[in-house]
Design a protein around this ligand. Structure first.
Ligand code: FES
Length: 320
């Protein structure tokens, strides 16, 4: 259970983007501005039926305050997307978290290459809008099945983005398809790559960009990739809490977060799959066996996602 503050928002508008994707515009119930955010941020949506899911904000921060999310109805889902599609209506009040950003644009990048697969476009659309607004050097590559399956088409074709957009449609003009290996074969200096999409797409990009420096590749996963080690498989270890000066044992079948909760130390959690960054704390990242999908190589030296990562050895020092 997350301890983060929840906000109540009104569903202002629901618009169909594709046969499977709806866009939800969320606003403060009394018209006040919602908390600010940076492009790439996501929110937790607490939906009817007790489900809670993370959705990226699909519009660059504008100052006018509203949030936009895109929700794809997943037929193999555990019920979250179906709940949004079937039970949420315009005018409803729903609870969300404040925005969090584990997928920010990198200030050190001179050029940005954004690769979006399907509904993975949502954070990258916001990032592209933010980059266009500041006149940055970027390309947004969007992969979709067909025009009919292209969400947020109007925003993508807006004059500010159109010159930066490359569209790959599986069922479209073969001459315009993007060859990932060719696209990523060479990396111009100071180019950063941002990727979001379904598992197979992420894997294909990772393979094509295997020679890119790890710190230049930024990913946002919807779900832990298949074949990932479960958070509760491993050996027992001890958490050493440097600020409190205490030690907390973690059993082999327990996560670090659960062990801390047991002794009354509450660490906020959300996805519990290493995706969202809610449970990340400062610590001896070099001593951790990282099992998250949200920290960069550099961040992993000093941070640990406690919902999934474990100690490499017998103990792990945290700044708690
Ligand atoms: S709770 Fe989402 S990364 Fe740990």
């Amino acid at each position: 259970m997350s301890l983060e503050r929840t906000l109540t928002v009104r569903v202002e508008r629901i618009s169909r983007q594709t046969p499977e994707i709806l866009a939800f515009e969320l606003a403060h119930p009394w018209g006040r501005p919602l908390p600010g955010y940076e492009a790439g941020a996501h929110i937790d949506v607490h939906m009817p039926g007790g489900f809670s899911r993370q959705y990226s904000l699909a519009r660059a921060p504008s100052g006018s305050g509203g949030y936009v999310i895109g929700v794809k109805r997943e037929h193999a889902s555990r019920g979250g997307s179906a709940s949004m599609h079937e039970r949420v209506r315009e005018g409803d009040l729903i609870a969300i978290s404040a925005p969090r950003n584990t997928f920010p644009l990198r200030a050190e990048a001179r050029r940005h290459l954004l690769l979006a697969g399907g509904i993975g476009m949502t954070p990258l659309l916001a990032m592209a809008q933010a980059l266009a607004a500041r006149g940055a050097d970027f390309t947004l590559c969007v992969f979709a099945r067909s025009e009919e399956h292209l969400a947020f088409a109007e925003a993508l074709h807006a004059p500010a983005l159109a010159p930066h957009l490359k569209l790959h449609l599986d069922q479209g003009d073969a001459t315009q398809r993007i060859d990932l290996r060719a696209l990523l074969a060479e990396r111009a200096p100071d180019t950063h790559l941002y990727v979001c999409g379904p598992g197979g797409f992420m894997q294909a990009v990772r393979e094509a960009a295997a020679h890119w420096p790890e710190d230049a590749l930024h990913t946002e996963y919807f779900a832990a990739p298949t074949g990932t080690a479960a958070a509760t498989t491993g050996l027992p270890f001890t958490l050493k809490l440097a600020r409190r000066g205490i030690e907390v044992p973690v059993a082999a079948d327990q996560t670090a977060v659960d062990a801390l909760h047991e002794v009354g130390i509450d660490i906020p959690v959300s996805c519990q799959q290493g995706l969202c960054g809610t449970c990340v704390v400062e610590g001896d990242g070099e001593g951790a066996e990282h099992r998250d999908f949200c920290l960069t190589g550099t961040e992993r030296r000093t941070k640990v996602a406690l919902c999934c990562s474990r100690a490499k050895g017998l103990d792990l020092v945290l700044q708690l």
